[in-house]
Design a protein around this ligand. Structure first.
Ligand code: PHE
Ligand code: FE
Length: 298
């Protein structure tokens, strides 16, 4: 099997999110010469399609940094080449992994400015959706903003905060995970040019890139740290609520304080359902809720 590019899935494990694949958790060299023509083709098509969708929808920082890193639609990028641009810019580097990592291993990578990227790419029939992160989501979606010094610092601080929350227990971890979800994965930002996307889960999805800005269904609410930490989310449908920051600086400042007392206060408060508006919210748009599924939020 020399050179064959096959993900090392170890087993499936039952969690609160159903059965999830468990992967070998070490760092691996990107098996670049093992990518098939189809793999490169999937990258090319997704890249070209998303660049088009994201013009005027993703924030400037994302668009400009993606080009600056040297990602192109021509072929799957080599991690080493991207690192030559990324490392001098912010001290971050991309490392290859087999897939989702255990929480603590993931936090440790981030705290040390290593972003774990799943080395394998989805199949052509999964262009619009797949249920776990692949190379396109991780690399196209997450890595460009690591070129931005402020966002780069935020991600490293998140990693350190993760190590701490992990030691505090599952409730703290749940609070922190929601923050990641509603900022890093599904965040919106108010740019001078208008409402824009910065969340990786959005920029790597054509459907959600359009939905999050143009649909009447979702709520759009001003960023509020403790509120976000109480808010459940959707893992298998578009989000019911998006949280909007005014700047990466706002995000940095709001997350600088020690979260330990915040976790303690939140422990006494109930979680907020994904689609619910709360009395203290700064509502930017109140969603119609059209098409929302009624099954349970995560
Ligand atoms: N300030 C947080 C803490 O004390 C750490 C953190 C920073 C978390 C940035 C998320 C983002 O836990
Ligand atoms: Fe992600």
């Amino acid at each position: 099997m020399v050179g064959a590019a096959v993900p090392q899935k170890v087993e499936h494990q039952l969690t609160d999110k159903g059965y999830v694949p468990v992967y070998a958790t070490g760092v691996v060299d990107q098996p670049w010469s093992g990518y098939s023509d189809t793999d490169h083709q999937v990258w090319s098509e997704l890249y070209a399609r998303q660049r088009q969708v994201l013009a005027g929808r993703a924030c400037r920082e994302f668009i400009d940094n993606q080009a600056r890193m040297g990602m192109t639609p021509l072929r799957i990028p080599k991690f080493d080449e991207l690192n030559r641009a990324l490392q001098p810019a912010t001290g971050w580097q991309v490392v290859g992994v087999e897939g989702l990592l255990p929480e603590l291993a993931f936090f440790d990578h981030l705290a040390n400015r290593r972003f774990p990227v799943t080395w394998w790419i989805r199949k052509p029939e999964q262009m619009d959706y797949l249920s776990e992160p692949d190379l396109f989501h991780d690399l196209f979606g997450h890595v460009p903003l690591l070129m931005n010094p402020m966002f780069a610092d935020y991600m490293a601080a998140y990693g350190r905060g993760g190590v701490k929350a992990h030691a505090l227990g599952t409730e703290a971890l749940t609070n922190l995970t929601r923050l990641y979800w509603y900022t890093v994965e599904f965040g919106l930002i108010r740019d001078p040019e208008g409402l824009r996307i910065y969340g990786s889960g959005i920029v790597s999805s054509k459907g959600e890139s359009i939905h999050c800005l143009e649909s009447d269904a979702p709520n759009r609410i001003g960023f509020d740290l403790a509120r976000i930490m109480r808010t459940r989310y959707r893992i298998d449908t578009f989000q019911k609520t998006y949280f909007v920051i005014d700047s990466f600086e706002q995000l940095m400042r709001a997350t600088e304080p020690d979260f330990t007392p915040i976790y303690a206060e939140l422990a006494a408060l109930p979680a907020i359902p994904a689609g619910e508006i709360h009395p203290s919210d700064t509502v930017i748009t109140r969603g119609t809720g059209e098409g929302w599924s009624t099954d349970a939020d995560t």
